[in-house]
Design a protein around this ligand. Structure first.
Ligand code: ATP
Length: 171
């Protein structure tokens, strides 16, 4: 049941629902550092695994592992927000609720890491990929730049980065 303040008397479309969901994902990425860590790790794993000769089935396993962690982190973020809204002061049930939600993320991340190691532990291919990247005058700086941007994205976050640009514009 969607309250009337949201629909303003209009029928909600499928596009409205997708819009809300996309906003939710973006909000979690913007506000949660852990979500940004998962998203960045996912981009790296899914991108570089293409160069390691993984099969379609193995790639599907990686996709599922990524989806599991990001989904768990999304639920954890939502539960944390609800808890903070419902209870500002100390409450042991709130504490336990948050711990269980965080535990679910941990379990999914540990198993995703097992999947990643099982699929991607190919020393010969990894060594060849590393050599290709670090001996290339093009790929090496690109890799370093991408790593620096990834760290900035994780630890500063899109909001802080946008704030820096806005402050520069105002000067
Ligand atoms: N209202 C509360 N009452 C009791 N314990 C709480 C409460 N709020 C937080 N805690 C405890 O502190 C822990 C961390 O809280 P919270 O998840 O809000 O911090 P966070 O820094 O946002 O965590 P995360 O790193 O998972 O994003 C919880 O797992 C819980 O154990």
């Amino acid at each position: 049941m969607v309250p009337d303040w949201k629909t303003k008397g209009k029928r909600r479309t499928l596009a409205d629902s997708f819009g809300d969901a996309a906003r939710g994902v973006l909000y979690a990425v913007k506000t949660e550092r852990n979500m940004r860590i998962h998203v960045t790790a996912a981009v790296y794993v899914l991108f570089f695994s293409r160069f390691l000769g993984v099969t379609r089935g193995e790639y599907a396993a990686l996709l599922l592992a990524v989806a599991l962690v990001i989904t768990a982190e999304g639920f954890n973020t939502a539960i944390e927000m609800l808890c903070d809204f419902a209870q500002k002061s100390y409450n042991r049930f709130i504490g336990r609720t948050k711990d269980i939600a965080a535990g679910a993320v941990l379990v999914s991340a540990v198993f995703a890491a097992f999947v990643g190691v099982t699929v991607l532990w190919r020393p010969a291919e990894l060594w060849a990929l590393a050599q290709t990247i670090f001996t290339s005058p093009v790929y090496c700086p690109l890799f370093v730049l991408a790593a620096a941007l990834a760290l900035l994205f994780i630890f500063a976050g899109p909001e802080k980065i946008a704030g820096w640009f806005e402050r520069k514009k105002k000067k």
